[in-house]
Design a protein around this ligand. Structure first.
Ligand SMILES: C[S@@+](CC[C@H](N)C(=O)[O-])C[C@H]1O[C@@H](n2cnc3c(N)ncnc32)[C@H](O)[C@@H]1O
Length: 297
């Protein structure tokens, strides 16, 4: 089951026409602290319309991957002329990437739509070279607001229970201990955490200027080392494993050798506007810097 954003007005409804400048800025602070600023190849999984893409411009190659072609089109309007960028329509559960090709990856505001977290993390782990960084943002069920609401019985689900809560279909909040254990089980070594968006409430937005909110958030983020009670949590981890399993990270930027058939995991060859997998007989649309691995053509 995939939370389908095809044709959605996510950019305008959720960000541009809503009062979320604070959340956007707070997330940028966390990401800038946790993601190595430079490197060979970075991918954002569930990149949407490329809201955070300017934070990846220190990399030689940037892959924005999302299930929504329409959101990727919006990302292309802004970043399409930058030769370092590739726009990949694909499902995180079936990544079209060769093992170990990424030196870093991020996933922000996406895992709350993922019902099978171990399956998604396994795909991501496979694509990252050993030693590569992965920055994951997740929605924290054990946050201050949920704890208070549970205390005064205005919320039925228990914020202290370890299992994820699906509060709306395909929208999950996670307990930090559960998510950190899932990362470790997938082959990631957790290195650092940041608590983001403690001030995510209409009251603070009314009384505090944006710049002050962002400064306070930045000061509070490192408290994640002591306790995680914010609605949003950023985790930096590093892929563990053997270098010999990741030879394809040495593929130069711009090469299409980074791709694999999402059906069989086998290599592809270019023929006009298609990438063809001789092993499984699939053909995938590829034109310019846009690649479509949702359905074969
Ligand atoms: C809430 S938006 C976040 C977009 C972006 N990361 C940001 O923070 O602005 C969630 C995104 O995850 C994508 N998504 C959800 N499930 C996916 C899946 N299985 N494979 C690829 N993308 C997925 C959606 O298409 C959507 O663009």
């Amino acid at each position: 089951m995939i939370c389908d954003y095809e044709g959605s007005d996510y950019r305008t409804r959720f960000w541009e026409n809503a009062d979320r400048a604070y959340e956007d800025a707070a997330e940028r602070v966390a990401l800038a602290h946790l993601l190595p600023p430079r490197g060979a190849r970075v991918a954002e999984f569930g990149a949407g319309f490329g809201r955070l893409a300017d934070l990846y411009t220190g990399y030689d190659e940037v892959i924005l991957l999302d299930y929504s072609r329409s959101l990727l089109q919006e990302a292309m309007q802004k970043w399409g002329s930058d030769p370092r960028f590739k726009f990949v329509a694909a499902d995180i559960y079936h990544l079209p990437l060769a093992p170990g090709i990424l030196s870093a990856a991020t996933m922000i505001r996406v895992i709350h739509h993922i019902a099978d977290v171990p399956a998604a993390l396994a795909q991501i782990r496979r694509a990252i070279a050993p030693g590569g960084a992965f920055v994951l943002e997740f929605a924290n069920k054990r946050n201050l607001k949920a704890m208070l609401r549970y205390l005064v019985r205005r919320q039925t689900w228990n914020p202290y229970a370890p299992e994820p809560v699906e509060f709306v279909a395909l929208n999950f909040d996670f307990h930090p201990k559960w998510m950190l254990a899932a990362l470790r089980a997938a082959g990631f070594d957790v290195r650092a955490k940041r608590s983001a968006s403690y001030l995510r409430a209409d009251f603070f937005k009314r009384v505090l200027p944006l710049a002050a909110m962002v400064r306070i958030d930045a000061a509070l983020q490192p408290t994640a080392a002591l306790t995680l009670l914010s609605p949003s949590v950023f985790v930096q981890s590093v892929a563990i494993g053997q270098w010999e399993n990741a030879p394809s990270q040495r593929v130069p930027p711009g090469s299409e050798a980074i791709f694999r058939s999402p059906r069989s995991g086998q290599p592809l060859r270019r023929e006009d506007d298609a990438l063809i997998c001789d092993a499984d007989g699939t053909r995938w649309y590829a034109h310019g810097n846009f690649y479509d691995f949702k359905e074969p053509i």
